[in-house]
Design a protein around this ligand. Structure first.
Ligand code: ADP
Ligand code: MG
Length: 694
């Protein structure tokens, strides 16, 4: 029977309507779905070990028959041990499973079975302890034993065993060659094997393949398929980037001496070399006919705001409007204060637009923005949600951009006619992700910090040392500094074991620091109440700010020199790094105290140690990625992350680098034609509205 990759699985041998429905529920509809679901591990069953040759501490596979089986229940309540004796022609061995009583139904006498695992020796003799097992049913296909065997994830009612058989059937029914989507020239240059062979060898590797390489997904066959997947992803980005080069802005800013002088007038300090370089790159982009699409990366406190403001000045001096979007009201208000202050002496009008701007004011503000009398509007996502129309939007700045969804960024961009876009982030983007989500952006990095900063001293302390910490805090306050005390979310009422930040603020005020002013800030407060507290803290009238993580990003109060994080063991690594970035912004030595409550998990210990060991955001981001995986680090909001079938962003990061390079090269050389172009258009065009701003 002739089939191809798009054939529905129900036409495969052995698949009836019932099984097809099961497969569909497991996400497998076509032959391609089946074949591109890789095994998650491989086991070498090409050499079955005779049972008589087993020795303690071996890892071995045996093929035998179950002679007897017995479920024993120990006196300890509910503790069940299942023992089976398995024999082959050379001998017999006991297999023991703890607390898997259902095995009594699965592994019954006379069944043929493959046992794979660690051989142990104790006073009761040689045995397998909790080994893998698999019943050997009919194996006419020779897929279950006598070879390197693939193991598939069980999904729903689709068992690993069934998948193994189906994959074999599918491979047998497919033609000897499959259409190649990678261009010939690329395949020749990279010496990649044909697609058909790579699929075969990824499921049923030849017996001389290395089991270690297979399980690391590093055989040429596996890497070839992973490369293909990554390449098809990268080619979309490369194409998008290429297409952007043909877009033309209606207004191209110019920079002259008058503008340089205006910039010099608003600058409150001397730029660091890193900031100067970033400004240069950004302003060069702005003067090009194509819209800028640039990401400004700089660790917390590196001074990104002023860089954005200088870019904004260039736009405004050229008669263009600027929209500056921040992820929280607190941050938007802070930016508004800073920016309005620096532009006070200029002729430009700055406004703040957030969800809590009162209706009437909002109405007037919209009119100003639409007429162009507002030159610079700072705001939250209200800038995209509300009915805001710009007169001549030339520059969009998105601060802490990782906090926004892809859609929100795209919506703001769509308000301008091809405006320049500057994304800013303090969350360093690990290389792997930079190559995926951010693949088509240009990147500027500020790697230095403003002068006079001393690194924050980080302390990891058990909660029992609280008194010492309060003393440290008091010393800082006595020197005229201010403090943050951070709590995990109080909003989460189930977490009653967490001290309520509210109670704690009262306690600190009344009993511990009566001479100082303590204030509370949390996400449940009304926006104007938040703003009052924040500006009192920024103005120095509040000395200790007890807060939830609402101050996590962007907040800038240079006089604050100490932060105490309660229940630090509950925070993620990147989050702690962001929090810590709130101190160390002035010339004083600053402290970050991570209080933990024992017992803590190994993970928590590793996180806190990692944080204490380095202040380098990149090192921390890589570590975080390693500990949690990309999905968790970047959250579900990053819908730009590819859903991968064969590859893994962390495990296969060099493959992604190759794919990135090759895709850009192919597009630049004009090699994106024919079927590949059709594929890219079909797959990516519907998404490009969203991908546009990275
Ligand atoms: P981030 O990159 O985290 O957004 P900010 O833009 O908030 O950093 O800047 C952090 C602090 O450093 C602010 O108080 C800012 O005024 C100050 N700052 C920025 N650049 C310089 C500089 N070149 N010299 C001195 N202080 C600076
Ligand atoms: Mg910032």
């Amino acid at each position: 029977m002739g089939i191809d990759l798009s054939t529905p699985l129900q036409y495969l041998k052995g698949v009836g309507p019932r099984k097809a429905a099961d497969l569909k529920r497991a996400g497998l509809v076509t032959v391609e779905d089946l074949l591109y679901r890789f095994p998650f591990r491989y086991e070498d069953r090409s050499h079955m070990q005779p049972i008589a040759s087993l020795r303690p501490d071996m890892r071995a596979a045996v093929l035998g028959e179950i002679k007897s089986a017995r479920l024993a229940i120990t006196r300890r309540r509910g503790f069940k041990i299942f023992n089976a004796i398995v024999s082959d022609t050379s001998g017999a061995i006991r297999c023991t499973w703890m607390n898997q009583p259902f095995l009594a139904d699965v592994l019954q006498p006379h069944a043929a079975v493959v046992i794979f695992g660690d051989v142990k020796l104790d006073s009761s003799g040689l045995h397998f302890l909790n080994p893998e097992y698999e019943l050997v049913v009919e194996d006419a296909l020779g897929v279950h034993t006598g070879r390197i065997v693939p193991f598939y994830e069980k999904t729903g009612t689709v068992t690993p065993n069934m998948q193994r058989r189906l994959v074999r059937h599918a491979l047998d029914a497919l033609p000897a060659a499959l259409p190649e989507i990678l261009p010939d020239a690329l395949r020749t240059r990279l010496h990649v094997e044909p697609r058909r062979a790579a699929i075969e060898a990824s499921h049923f590797p030849p017996n001389d393949a290395s089991i270690e390489e297979l399980n690391a997904f590093r055989t040429p066959a596996q890497r070839r398929l992973i490369f293909e997947e990554f390449f098809l992803f990268q080619i979309g980005h490369a194409w998008r980037r290429h297409a952007a080069l043909t877009e033309i802005k209606p207004h191209v800013p110019k920079v002259d001496d008058r503008i340089r002088a205006a910039a010099a007038r608003i600058l409150p300090f001397k730029l660091t070399p890193g900031q100067r370089q970033a400004v240069k790159e950004i302003v060069e982009d702005m003067q090009r006919p194509q819209p800028m699409n640039r990401l400004l990366q700089g660790d917390v406190g590196a001074g990104k705001t002023i860089v954005a403001l200088l870019a904004a000045l260039v736009a405004m001096e050229n008669g263009l409007q600027v929209a500056f979007m921040a992820p929280t009201e607190i941050l938007a208000a802070q930016h508004y204060r800073t920016i309005a202050g620096l532009l006070a002496a200029s002729r430009f009008r700055v406004d703040l637009l957030t969800g809590s701007t009162p209706g009437l004011e909002k109405h007037t503000l919209h009119a100003h923005v639409e007429r162009g009398t507002t030159n610079f509007v700072v705001g939250t996502h209200a800038l995209v949600q509300e009915n805001v129309r710009f007169h001549r939007l030339g520059l969009v700045v998105i601060d802490e951009q990782h906090r926004f969804g892809v859609e929100q960024r795209a919506a703001l961009r769509a308000k301008g006619l091809h405006p320049d876009v500057l994304l800013m982030t303090a969350t360093p983007i690990p290389r792997t992700l930079a190559l995926t989500d951010y693949s088509e952006l240009d990147v500027s990095k500020i790697t230095d910090l403003p002068p006079g900063r001393t690194p924050v001293r980080t302390w990891v302390k058990p909660e029992s040392r609280r008194d010492e910490i309060y003393q440290l805090l008091r010393d800082e306050l006595d020197r005229g500094r201010q403090a943050y005390i951070i709590y995990p979310l109080v909003e989460d009422s189930e977490k009653i074991d967490l001290k309520s930040a509210t109670e704690m603020a009262d306690h600190l005020q009344a009993e511990v620091f009566p001479a100082y002013r303590v204030a509370l800030l949390h996400g449940r407060m009304k926006p104007d109440a938040k703003e009052r507290v924040m500006s009192a803290f920024a103005g120095g009238q509040v000395h200790i700010l007890v807060s939830t993580t609402v101050v996590e990003v962007g907040v800038d109060v240079p006089n604050a020199s100490i932060m105490v994080v309660e229940h630090a063991e509950r925070f993620g690594l990147s989050q702690l790094h962001q929090l810590r970035g709130r101190v160390g912004r002035g010339p004083w030595e600053s402290h970050c105290v991570l209080l933990y409550q024992s017992p803590w998990t190994d993970d928590a210990r590793e996180r806190l140690k990692a944080l204490a060991a380095t202040s380098d955001g990149f090192v921390i981001a890589e570590k975080d990625l390693e500990l949690r995986g990309p999905g968790d680090v970047f959250g579900t909001r990053q819908s730009g992350l590819p859903r991968l079938r064969t590859g893994d962003l962390v495990r296969d990061r060099e493959v992604m680098e190759d794919a990135h390079r090759e895709a850009r090269r192919l597009v630049a050389d004009g090699g994106l034609t024919g079927e590949l172009l059709e594929f890219v258009q079909q797959r990516w065009e519907p998404q490009f509205g969203l991908i546009e701003v990275g």
